[in-house]
Design a protein around this ligand. Structure first.
Ligand SMILES: Nc1ncnc2c1ncn2[C@@H]1O[C@H](COP(=O)(O)OP(=O)(O)OP(=O)(O)O)[C@@H](O)[C@H]1O
Ligand SMILES: [Mg+2]
Length: 373
């Protein structure tokens, strides 16, 4: 039979402890027998030496161990009392009384040690159980994450197929018409324009998809959010002002820099601002604001547009969720991905009156004096 090395190691340790107890009792007894009766002070000391192996036995082997050690001490010590102290009955009685104390000390220490051991075992069992539960939880969490990823991939492929099929069908239809011999110049131009528009749409879809599927790793730098929103405003303003939309900026004085990839963060704020403008059918105001709180910087885009119905709020960051005829539905999911890579958060809130506010919260970059970008 193969012996478990742990078992044999613990058996060896038990024998070693028992040997220490036996040696302790043996030495105390020997000292008694070898020391002349005239050195009574030494005898008093040796007699108390028995407590060491008794307490040690009780601690190692529980109340039974304590009791056996006390009994062994008594068996070895009593002959000495009988031989050496029979002429001093009072002193001999004291020694017998001490032997009773041996038993009490051995038993009480043993009971306490047993109780402590039981508690420790219970604690160890609970710890073991807890770590098992923790491992199981971890496993189920991993499984859930895998299932979630798989269902996201399935969902994504279905939406992607749909997104590609629509422009392809338009292109195919247009080529069919262009193929006819008696087509007017006007119609030819119109259907060529359809093909151009749908190709552009496919192109945009694919580049957005690439951004989403293979996001570039951010190259972090200290960025001044105020300058960033200024550059977004100057990009978007000329187009939206034609529709009567004004872009305003509200920047808290001395708001800190953020640690970010300037191009990617600009893309996020640009996406939010374009969405805001697209949600406003008539004139109104879009406010881009920067504020600081608790070591973070908040960049928000607030519009007065049509808003998002409550039931759609948890879908807007999903890839391909769009309510626009020509939208890819990737703008917000790309933004979400970028912000997450920056260690930040992005949230959408319905304004109390009308429209939406999208807020991006990023950790502040400590050195305000760093080079702005
Ligand atoms: N500011 C907003 N106000 C109202 N609805 C919004 C706003 N921002 C986003 N949405 C809603 O969320 C949807 C998803 O937006 P997202 O930017 O991801 O895609 P999209 O704008 O539809 O397409 P793309 O960005 O590719 O043009 C939008 O179709 C729109 O319904
Ligand atoms: Mg968009």
């Amino acid at each position: 039979m193969v012996q478990n090395p742990v078992d044999s190691r613990s058996r060896r340790a038990t024998y070693a402890r028992a040997a220490v107890v036996a040696a302790g009792i043996g030495i105390a007894s020997l000292l008694h027998f070898l020391t002349p009766e005239s050195l009574i002070l030494w005898h008093n000391i040796f007699q108390r030496l028995y407590y060491l192996p008794i307490v040690y036995a009780a601690a190692c082997f529980g109340w039974r161990g304590g009791l056996i050690a006390a009994l062994s001490s008594a068996i070895l010590y009593i002959p000495h009392i009988l031989i050496s102290w029979h002429h001093m009955p009072e002193y001999a009685m004291n020694q017998y009384a001490e032997i009773i104390i041996f038993f009490l000390v051995g038993t009480i220490t043993g009971v306490l040690a047993d109780r402590e051991r039981k508690q420790r075992e219970k604690l160890e069992a609970t710890t073991e159980q807890l770590s098992k539960v923790n491992r199981e939880l971890q496993d189920s969490f991993e499984q859930l994450k895998r299932a979630d990823r798989l269902s996201a991939i399935g969902h994504l492929s279905a939406s992607l197929a749909h997104e590609i099929r629509n422009p392809l069908a338009s292109i195919e239809g247009a080529t069919g018409i262009l193929d006819q011999p008696d087509i007017s110049e006007e119609m030819r131009k119109e259907f060529l324009e359809v093909i151009r528009k749908e190709s552009r749409r496919l192109n945009r879809l694919l580049s957005d998809l690439l951004d989403f599927a293979r996001p570039r790793k951010p190259e972090f730098q200290p960025v001044d959010p105020a300058k960033l929103i200024d550059s977004v405003i100057s990009l978007v303003a000329p187009t939206v002002e034609r529709n009567g939309i004004t872009l305003t900026r509200r920047v808290e004085p001395s708001s800190p820099f953020v640690r970010s990839d300037p191009e990617q963060l600009k893309q996020v704020i640009l996406n939010l601002t374009i969405n805001a403008a697209q949600a406003m059918p008539g004139p109104g105001e879009i406010e881009l604001a920067v504020s600081a709180a608790d070591g973070n910087v908040k960049i928000s885009v607030k519009d007065q547009g049509s808003g998002i119905p409550e039931e759609d709020l948890d879908k807007i960051f999903d890839p391909f969720f769009t309510t626009k005829e020509n939208g890819t539905g990737l703008g917000l999911s790309v933004a979400h991905q970028i912000v997450t890579q920056h260690g930040g958060t992005i949230v959408a809130q319905r304004n109390p009156d009308r429209g939406m506010t999208f807020s991006v919260v990023l950790p502040a970059y400590e050195a305000r004096s760093a080079q702005a970008l």
